[in-house]
Design a protein around this ligand. Structure first.
Ligand code: ATP
Length: 435
């Protein structure tokens, strides 16, 4: 029988992470006689703007062919693996593991909602019960059901990349023993097939996390075969590697911003793209963040380009009232200090307005700038005294620095789902099918 398994919310601020639990489960699944993986393990990133996430709002899923007689044993084994992996803290975790034998377009829709908006636990529970999804909540609460259900709803992924994750022992803390030179060597060798490993502008390593989780390093690629070579290379260099896994993932595809919304329809915590006209020139806020307003035929919204987005923040300063743009990002709820705001992750400049400046004419005799001689009296030159009613104002169309195109943040500000510059214009699905 075909079986989908989804897991989420295994991590806590004190350690562990859902991807590591996925690696433990993958190891256990490999031992089950007669079981086959119908695809890679999946790492599914969901709406990056929801407040409940610990880090990257990731959930894990498996798509398997399992002998029917193993089903109960499998459920028991996997539940106990997750229970043993948990590091409990005051509020977290709220782990849930789901098992589903069917297929349903409703699950796909649930995934799309969880990717782009805030969904309620009661909606997830209703759907799981309606479809007959078996689920086990192993902590204080059952919030993990949302991510676990969305993760199985994402299968099969239509656009995807891959990530190799290497782990050290979960009990090991402190600096990760990864030499940045190794990552640069990988980046140089496989450039165009790997991405988001290093930010060359800020000289920051992106592949190595800093939290208390067991991830040693994560290398992202459009080709899983390259990742196998990378795994052999890094395992030979770093003695701390205790476990590894290659996930197929929606990371680097930009899917969370594919939903276009009218401004009047956006809700707090949505991830979306809105199209409209810049209705106020940029203002610079405290901290160097840039704010503009964008208007469409349904309303107007503040859009903020945070200083941390680096290149994007610098580009936003060149926008002008009247420019046609599409802006993608997360909706920040209104507060006493600001209204509903779009925190911009991607900017597409569709069309720039021409900036026309009108000056008094130059004197035909001495080229000095003339002055008005009074109402309906033409102009006179303050330098040589020349007067004329036949000279006209000079209209100058200023060159714009900003050109139509897509503008992205500096890599240091990429979110897991952001489509990086290296993959712009590439069909990631096609590329990952090259193997
Ligand atoms: P890690 O990457 O270590 O797993 P995380 O950042 O993924 O950490 P989680 O512990 O998984 O954080 O917490 C996210 C929680 O939010 C989960 O309980 C998940 O079910 C829930 N969740 C995910 N997407 C949504 C959504 N769109 N609306 C409401 N809740 C969501």
């Amino acid at each position: 029988m075909r079986l989908l398994i989804g897991i989420d919310d295994v991590d806590s601020p004190r350690g562990m992470c859902t991807t590591y639990a996925g690696a433990l489960i993958a190891e256990a699944l490999r031992e089950v006689e007669g079981l086959s993986f119908l695809d890679y393990p999946f790492l599914i990133r969901l709406n990056p703007n929801i407040p409940f996430k610990t880090r990257g709002n990731g959930a894990v899923a498996f798509y398997l062919e399992v002998p029917e007689y193993h089903y109960d044993y499998l459920k028991e084994t996997l539940v106990s693996i997750i229970e043993r992996a948990l590091i409990r803290s005051r509020r977290k975790p709220e782990p849930v593991i789901v098992f589903y034998k069917g297929t349903s377009s409703k699950l796909r829709r649930f995934y799309e909602k969880a990717l782009t908006s805030m969904v309620t636990l009661s909606y997830a529970e209703r759907l799981a019960n309606e479809l007959g999804v078996e689920y086990y909540a192993l902590g204080k609460g059952g919030r993990g059901l949302i991510g676990a259900l969305a993760a199985i709803g994402a299968i099969p992924l239509r656009e995807y990349t891959f990530e190799l994750l290497l782990y050290r022992s979960p009990s090991k803390r402190g600096r990760r023993a990864i030499d940045p030179k190794w990552i640069l060597e990988i980046d140089r060798k496989y450039r165009d097939y790997v991405f988001a490993n290093f930010d060359f502008s800020s000289k920051r390593l992106l592949a190595v996390p800093h939290g208390p989780d067991p991830v040693l390093v994560g290398i992202r690629s459009v080709n899983p075969l390259i990742l196998d070579e990378v795994r052999i290379f890094l395992t030979a260099k770093c003695g701390d590697v205790k476990k590894w896994i290659i996930y197929k993932t929606n990371q680097g595809t930009g899917v969370h911003l594919k939903r276009s919304l009218k401004i009047a329809a956006v809700k707090p915590y949505d991830s979306c793209t809105i199209s409209g006209v810049v209705s106020s020139n940029p203002s610079i806020l405290k901290g160097g963040h840039v704010k503009i307003k964008v208007r469409d035929d349904s309303g107007e919204i503040d859009c903020v380009f945070y200083k941390e987005t680096g290149f994007l923040n610098r580009v936003a300063r060149f926008l002008k009232q009247g420019d046609r743009v599409a802006v993608g990002g997360g909706i920040r709820p209104a507060s006493s200090r600001h209204g509903l705001t779009l925190n911009v992750e991607v900017l597409r400049v569709v069309e720039t307005v021409k900036i026309r400046k009108v000056y008094n004419p130059r004197c035909p005799r001495c080229k000095h700038r003339m002055k008005s001689a009074g109402r309906n009296k033409g102009y006179k030159c303050p330098k040589c005294g020349f007067k004329s009613k036949n000279v006209r104002k000079e209209v100058v169309v200023e060159d714009r620095i900003l050109e139509p195109g897509v503008y992205l943040p500096s890599p240091i500000a990429y979110r897991h789902l952001s489509k990086p510059k290296r993959l712009m214009g590439w069909d990631v699905k096609y590329l990952s099918n090259l193997h």
